[in-house]
Design a protein around this ligand. Structure first.
Ligand SMILES: [Zn+2]
Length: 447
């Protein structure tokens, strides 16, 4: 099946309840189908109702919402093992990614209802088959009741079985769990709506994705002044790295604060081109790493196409149109417990000027945010060995400009742990705001 034409709801899971014997059956494709509505309709006609529903009880799992992702294997009463409810779940995989030769998965996001006061023992049974299983040890699952405040729950990973597990007794009827605090497509739309109504902001819709979402670019500042530097910041080519859009929220709040002296001075010297979400299809679908066609967008910058990677095609064409003197591409890293910059040492254009700019940017960022550091990260590519299909390498080479990838942790910063939330939306927002100081430091010498 052509992944590009998969139905939008392909990975959305409908209401799953316990006991499953009442509510599940296998359909002709071997997938569990939801028989809840069927059961309820029988109930309405006076036939036998599922007993747990009739009492309004039962543990239900659902991911049929924006950015949701989970599959239910079974939900059982497991009192003999000392837990109230055992939930065996699987993460749904992205479409197959040709460049990476795998169907990625690690992102999960689902709601459990009927949970108040019940001890849940949740198992992500296929975690070990995910894209980066080496990243699970030390990871703590994210949880929320109000969809605003996200905390961590103690989580274990069994290397032998590849199962990621946590026990949790929710304080309220509904609890949500996710790989990281989501930044949904709906939140993205609110961010765009907020920003585009501020003075000096122009919203440009560059084109539409394979699922039909708009590719939104925010232009901030006077684009008619050719002396102004062209500063690009893009985020979330990998949709499961939701901290990248929290970062963008903080960055944009600061940039659009007309009382902020750093913003005021930066906008005197530069025009900002901002793409807060490079992958709205993957965001909505609950993907880890790819768009609707299974493309890893951060491997498409040498030859983007409308068929595979329209998101990159539109943005790169717009860069060609207006120019680019600086690019920051914002990501999250599943494994490494640091914020770090992946530089362009391996591109053919790398020289003393680009090295000086990158060093100056890093030093300024170090002074601005103690959450930034040097020394822990991917390490520099050998000279001439950079992959120019990756955004930062491709853009740095194409425009001979300072360009880099910035990574944040899914877990926490190793040197400054926060025990309740670990790395969080709140810290991502402040980290994004802090980057503006570092950009201001280099704007005068970008070209
Ligand atoms: Zn990434």
């Amino acid at each position: 099946m052509d992944p590009a034409v998969q139905p939008k709801t392909g990975n959305k899971q409908y209401l799953r309840c316990t006991p499953r014997s009442h509510l599940f059956e296998q359909n002709s494709e071997g997938h569990r189908s939801n028989v809840l509505l069927h059961a309820l309709s029988k109930w309405a006609k006076g036939e036998a109702a599922p007993t747990n529903l009739a009492k309004g009880r039962g543990i239900c799992v659902n991911s049929h919402f924006d950015s949701g992702n989970i599959e239910v294997l079974d939900i059982s009463q497991a009192q003999a093992r000392g837990v109230s409810h055992e939930l065996n779940l699987r993460i749904h995989a992205d479409p197959y990614c040709e460049s990476d030769e795998t169907a990625h998965f690690m992102w999960f996001y689902f709601r459990v209802t009927g949970a108040k006061g019940e001890e849940l023992h949740i198992n992500l049974t296929n975690a070990g088959e995910g894209s980066f299983p080496v990243a699970w040890p030390g990871y703590q699952a994210c949880a929320t009741y109000d969809r605003k405040y996200w905390f961590r729950v103690p989580t274990t990973y069994d290397k032998e079985t590849g199962v990621l597990s946590w026990k949790h007794t929710p304080e309220h009827d509904a609890v949500r769990y996710a790989y990281f605090a989501p930044y949904t497509y709906e939140q993205h739309q609110s961010l765009i709506a907020d920003c585009q109504s501020k003075p000096g902001v122009t919203l440009e819709m560059l084109g539409q994705t394979l699922d039909g979402h708009d590719m939104d670019l925010l232009r901030i500042g006077d684009a008619d002044d050719s002396n102004k530097k062209k500063v690009w910041v893009i985020a979330r080519q990998h949709p499961g790295e939701s901290m990248a859009e929290w970062f963008m929220e903080g960055f944009l709040q600061r940039l659009l604060d007309r009382h902020d002296p750093v913003s005021r001075k930066a906008l005197q010297q530069a025009v900002f081109y901002i793409v807060p979400n490079m992958n709205p299809d993957g965001t909505w679908r609950g993907h880890l790493r790819t768009n609707a066609a299974g493309a890893n967008l951060n491997r498409e910058w040498d030859n983007p196409t409308l068929e595979r990677s329209p998101e990159v095609y539109y943005v790169r064409n717009h860069m060609d149109l207006v120019g680019c003197d600086f690019l920051a591409d914002i990501h999250g890293d599943e494994e490494i417990e640091y914020n770090f910059l992946a530089g362009n040492e391996g591109i053919p254009a790398w020289d003393d000027r680009l090295k000086g700019l990158q060093d100056e940017f890093c030093q300024a960022f170090l002074h601005t945010s103690p959450d930034f550091q040097l020394g822990n990260g991917y390490g520099a590519d050998p000279p001439g060995q950079a992959n120019l299909a990756i955004c930062s390498g491709g853009v740095g080479q194409r425009y001979n400009c300072l360009a880099f990838t910035l990574e944040m942790p899914f877990k926490d910063t190793h040197y400054a742990r926060e025990p309740v939330q670990n790395w969080s939306p709140e810290r991502s927002v402040r980290f994004g705001a802090a980057m503006l100081n570092a950009i201001l430091a280099v704007i005068p010498t970008l070209r």
